[in-house]
Design a protein around this ligand. Structure first.
Ligand SMILES: [Zn+2]
Length: 358
């Protein structure tokens, strides 16, 4: 989800307003655990809490097939002991991990991949062509993130990113299928959140590992109406038409379950797809509405928070405002950054394209 440090690294373009005191206050990375919180699902799939930001916020999934394992996303360097603990508790030897699938190379998904690979002698990292070089040589990634956070804070959040040996990387094509112990896993390219993103389709479970392409859905927002989902529009690749396309492409696989990195399995894809489409448009509308406000960032954040509050009330989720802020402020802030970045760099082109469509 957290696009901006990585994106900044790619672009060497860190606008001043991306620095936000609130963001630094909200992220707390304390109480490092070494015992993993594991949620065992079906079809050999488990979610491992990477202990990033708060409980049940950032998942790594592990698929176990015939005594072998594959990870989908890894969390950060700090997650590695947890992932290794989870493997051990599943009775899988480190040497029997065949693949580390990285849906995209944002640091909360792939920051720990290099360190994890050092413990997995036979694993291959499977990466999108636009992301692979940055996992082989994370120099730019580190520099950019340090520029955003400052060296000390960056170090605390992500630690030293270890490179992945080029020989251990498979750069995938769109729709490429990887054979994992006879279980086909297909990479489906999805832009809209990040241009280096793929989803991993798993026909065996009728599931799709969606990274950040099908939004985020926190388990603490579940109600009798089911799961609550919304897009993550973090800078700098948010692209509304592509985000819509990604949802359609995932739904074209007719999944019964989606495995989101934030956070894990959701079960009603058609309803959630409708919500995603609606909310992508709602976020674009918020961006447009406040485009020329004097205090644009604050206006958008307020507007997005109100949108969430209303939508959650309709969803049957009741909480006082403080709790809502605790759950949502980081997303409100990062999503606002993303829609502002889009507004400043791409919105005119979007408008032109839309006019052509009309
Ligand atoms: Zn992301």
């Amino acid at each position: 989800m957290l696009a901006w440090p990585f994106s900044a690294a790619l672009e060497f373009n860190v606008p001043g307003h991306y620095h936000s005191a609130l963001f630094f206050v909200r992220i707390k990375l304390v109480n490092k655990q070494t015992t993993a919180h594991i949620t065992e699902l079906e079809h050999g799939i488990s979610a491992i809490d990477t202990d990033y930001v708060r409980p049940l916020f950032d998942a790594s999934h592990v698929i176990v097939q015939d005594g072998h394992a594959a990870f989908v996303d890894t969390g950060t360097n700090h997650s590695v002991p947890l992932l290794l603990d989870a493997l051990e508790r599943q009775g899988v030897d480190n040497a029997a991990v065949d693949y580390v699938f990285l849906t995209h190379v944002h640091l909360d998904h792939a920051g720990g991949a290099g360190a994890l690979m050092q413990h997995l002698p036979n694993a291959t990292a499977v990466i999108h062509p636009r992301g692979a070089r940055h996992m082989v040589d994370p120099t730019k990634l580190v520099k950019g993130a340090e520029a955003v956070y400052g060296k000390e804070r960056y170090q605390e959040m992500y630690g030293d990113l270890l490179p992945i040996d080029e020989d251990r990387v498979v750069i995938v094509d769109d729709e490429q299928t990887i054979d994992f112990q006879g279980r086909p896993l297909q990479c489906i390219f999805t832009e809209g959140h990040a241009r280096h993103h793929y989803c991993l389709s798993d026909p065996t479970s009728r599931g799709v590992f969606t990274g950040d392409s099908f939004g985020v859905s926190y388990r603490e927002l579940d109600t009798a109406s089911g799961e609550f989902i919304f897009p993550t529009t973090t800078p700098i690749h948010f692209d509304p038409p592509e985000a819509h396309k990604a949802i359609d492409r995932i739904m074209g696989l007719q999944p019964e379950a989606l495995y989101l990195t934030h956070y894990s399995r959701v079960m009603d894809p058609p309803r959630l797809a409708d919500d995603m489409h609606q909310r992508i448009d709602a976020f674009v509308a918020i961006a447009r509405k406040h485009a020329n406000d004097n205090n644009r960032t604050e206006a958008m954040q307020k507007s997005m928070f109100s949108y969430f509050a209303e939508a959650l009330e309709a969803h049957g989720f009741s909480a006082d405002e403080d709790r809502l802020h605790a759950i949502l402020d980081m997303d409100v802030m990062l999503n606002t950054m993303g829609i502002e970045y889009w507004l400043d760099h791409f919105a005119d082109a979007y408008q032109t394209a839309n006019k052509e469509l009309i």
